[in-house]
Design a protein around this ligand. Structure first.
Ligand code: MG
Length: 378
């Protein structure tokens, strides 16, 4: 393998782990981060958490887990092409959605509303909270004790207030510096993954059609390429040939433009990366095409009446659970009851955020339909 670029993150420039540990054997520090993330409880739960389509609606739709794997794959490919630290990119990608609630964004928005007077809820901060303190696996510390660079990569946005409270890992939001290019790339790999798999899942679910997608410049262009090369091709193969061309176009654009940005900014070291403007970015030509695709998905898929119906149900489940536990923390399992003796609302939010979709549904049935709690309206 080619040597890493001088501006890649290496162990030599890493700020290390909060709790000092012996160096790993037979693997590097960032590989160890990735391995710890994969072995975590929160990672396994991603399998049963909604991305866009409720998990039990079909076996072929993306879940948070398969989404995270796609983000990791894209991040690694692009990191390697730019001679960046692939292990760091992979670790950040696999952890980026750990803090998601059940039921996707509807779950997070509802939990945030429930937590309005208790510090709010944000899935990105929650991902960091999981790897920093909620995972209980090691004798010597809470959380996974990941390297600073992986933790910093997970925290992709943060309010000034939260940045103050977080200390070192929040510092860049206060002084306006950047995280590694590896972390910047994962951010965009996330977008490439969901924009494309949502087209694929949306077509599979028959919520959007090929005819509608023809309004979208990048889709129409890739579709024409497939038709020229494979006249008469139809069905799943046709969709996949089109979607894979979109993924390729976006990734290649991002690699080329990021490389040009690095050169134009005169970036030579990782310290330069921190002080430079954001380096991982699409070209001027690609940006409006991605905006157009996002606007299309927003209007036609995320706001589809069938999706909205499931969102409505999800909101009620999360709100009911929150109300029930707040009214009677004795309904929480033992270790969460102990946490609730400190900050009750936060302990409840942590517990609900950790639930898989199906666990939340079951717990809601138990508490709200079994007569134990009467404040539920679902
Ligand atoms: Mg994501």
């Amino acid at each position: 393998m080619e040597p890493l670029a001088a501006y890649a993150v290496t162990e030599a420039v890493s700020r290390g782990r909060h709790h000092a540990e012996p160096a790993p054997q037979g693997r590097g520090e960032f590989q160890r981060d990735r391995d710890r993330i994969i072995h975590s409880t929160a990672f396994r739960r991603l399998e049963y958490k909604t991305q866009v389509f409720i998990n039990h609606e079909g076996d072929l739709f993306r879940t948070r887990l398969t989404h995270s794997l796609e983000v990791a794959q894209l991040s690694r490919s692009m990191a390697r092409a730019l001679r960046l630290n692939e292990d760091l990119a992979e670790a950040v990608a696999l952890a980026h959605d750990l803090g998601h609630t059940p039921f996707g964004h509807a779950g997070q928005d509802t939990l945030n509303a429930c937590m309005k007077d208790h510090g709010g809820f944000e899935h990105n901060l929650q991902s960091l909270r999981i790897v920093d303190s909620l995972e209980e696996r090691y004798a010597a510390f809470d959380g996974l004790n990941l390297t600073f660079e992986t933790r910093e990569g997970i925290l992709k946005h943060c309010s000034p207030g939260n940045a103050h409270a977080l200390g070192d890992v929040g510092q860049r939001f206060l002084d306006g510096t950047q995280p590694s290019i590896e972390a910047q790339l994962v951010n965009l790999a996330d977008e490439i993954a969901y924009n494309n798999h949502d087209v694929d899942d949306g077509l599979r679910a028959k919520l959007i059609t090929l005819a509608q997608l023809d309004e979208v410049t990048i889709f129409a262009r890739c579709r024409r390429e497939v038709e020229a090369q494979w006249p008469g091709l139809q069905g799943r193969r046709f969709v996949h040939e089109t979607v894979r061309r979109m993924i390729n176009a976006m990734s290649l654009d991002l690699i080329a433009n990021t490389r040009a940005n690095i050169a134009a900014a005169g970036v030579e070291t990782f310290a330069d990366v921190r002080r430079a403007p954001v380096l991982a970015a699409y070209s001027e030509a690609m940006r409006p095409q991605l905006r157009e695709l996002k606007t299309f998905l927003f209007g036609n898929l995320y706001r589809h009446e069938q999706v909205l119906r499931t969102i409505d149900k999800a909101r009620r489940i999360v709100a009911d659970l929150f109300t029930a536990y707040m009214a009677d923390p004795a309904l929480l399992p033992g270790q969460h009851q102990a946490r609730a003796e400190g900050d009750k609302a936060r302990a409840i939010a942590d517990y609900i955020a950790g639930m898989t979709d199906r666990y939340a549904v079951k717990e809601h049935e138990r508490l709200c339909n079994g007569g134990e709690f009467t404040g539920c309206y679902y």
